[in-house]
Design a protein around this ligand. Structure first.
Ligand SMILES: [Zn+2]
Length: 342
């Protein structure tokens, strides 16, 4: 089985975006603020958006299952206050839940959180409870920078975030560290802010001792870990200077990298540097980079083709990256699959 741990509902019906635009307009002019019940999206509309897009590519590429969360760039936790984020997160999470009901063999939901710049992370707990207990979400996306590129929150190792970690540990649910759209013109959302954030999150973890407090907490750093694998020597050296244990001890029992790297040399580097036990197959399809690479004739985000061509990995290691690592890091996914005899 091939499990893709990183997919978003980027192809949701236009009605969702229209509703969100009205919600944002309603921050300044409450008379135009829509109700959650104003959003009407039918099952047939949802089916069509997936059959024409993600499911089509999954079939072509031989992917079985995607851990599917709301569109990351649309989370926009810097917009409005907690109430705005809370209503928006509830709508987006419910849509992904509906996707998982319509295609139970192909999509398993993960939740976005109703984070809001300046709000106490504790406010996210009720949404986590609902998403895990009622929707069967197997993971959450945690935004380390709800300000959208201005980095006004404390580092991920700060006690500020502990209420969320306590809940994740209680549920045995991992978090993908995933920022949203950039509201800072210096940082392009997917080309700079995402990759910066992946790298920044990792360095925060190097500096801290978070996993001493939460030995079973698990983070997935997406987009191949940002710049981290390429600069592995730098992080090993910095950890050493900070008198931290070796990275294998300090972080690699709790931190995983996905394979959203869009060229062969990048995948070769990732799989050479990071132990196979810490790599999870993912493509973030359909996401940031949607085109076809003229050099290969393949979609840039066809990450399976790079993994297949990787000479660094044994067949057993590839199987781990495709399936068994995901079952280990996302125990609720494993339990749901076993329940179906898979
Ligand atoms: Zn993503």
């Amino acid at each position: 089985m091939i499990i893709d741990v990183h997919g978003h509902y980027t192809t949701a019906p236009k009605a969702l975006e229209d509703w969100r635009n009205r919600q944002i307009a309603g921050i300044k002019d409450p008379s135009v603020k829509p109700k959650a019940s104003d959003l009407k999206i039918s099952d047939d509309q949802i089916k069509k958006t997936l059959e024409d897009n993600q499911l089509k590519h999954m079939k072509e590429r031989g992917l079985d299952l995607v851990i599917f969360s709301p569109r990351a760039s649309f989370m926009a936790h810097h917009v409005g206050d907690f109430q705005v984020s809370s209503t928006w997160a509830a709508i987006c999470n419910e849509l992904c839940y509906r996707v998982s009901l319509l295609f139970p063999d192909h999509f398993v939901p993960a939740a976005m959180l109703p984070q809001s710049a300046g709000a106490d992370p504790e406010t996210c707990i009720p949404e986590i409870v609902k998403c895990v207990e009622e929707y069967g979400c197997v993971a959450v996306n945690l935004n380390p920078d709800p300000s959208g590129g201005h980095w006004t929150s404390p580092p991920l190792t700060d006690r500020h975030w502990y209420p969320i970690y306590e809940k994740l540990v209680e549920y045995d649910v991992p978090a993908m560290i995933h920022v949203s759209t950039s509201s800072n013109a210096c940082f392009h959302t997917t080309g700079a802010h995402y990759i910066n954030a992946d790298t920044t999150a990792f360095m925060q973890l190097v500096q801290g001792d978070l996993f001493k407090d939460f030995p079973s907490l698990r983070f997935v750093i997406p987009h191949g870990g940002g710049a981290v694998p390429y600069h592995w020597g730098r992080y090993r050296g910095l950890a050493q200077e900070l008198k931290k244990p070796l990275l294998t001890e300090h972080l690699l029992k709790n931190v995983y990298f996905d394979t959203c790297v869009y060229h062969q040399p990048g995948m070769d580097l990732l799989t050479k540097v990071v132990p196979a036990e810490n790599i999870l197959f993912a493509s973030e399809m359909i996401g940031a980079v949607r085109g076809v690479d003229p050099e290969t004739g393949r979609y840039y985000d066809d990450t399976k083709s790079y993994l297949e061509a990787s000479t660094e990995l044994t067949p057993a290691q590839k199987r781990r990256i495709y399936e068994s690592n995901a079952r280990r890091v996302y125990p609720r996914l494993d339990a749901a699959l076993k329940k179906k005899g898979k």
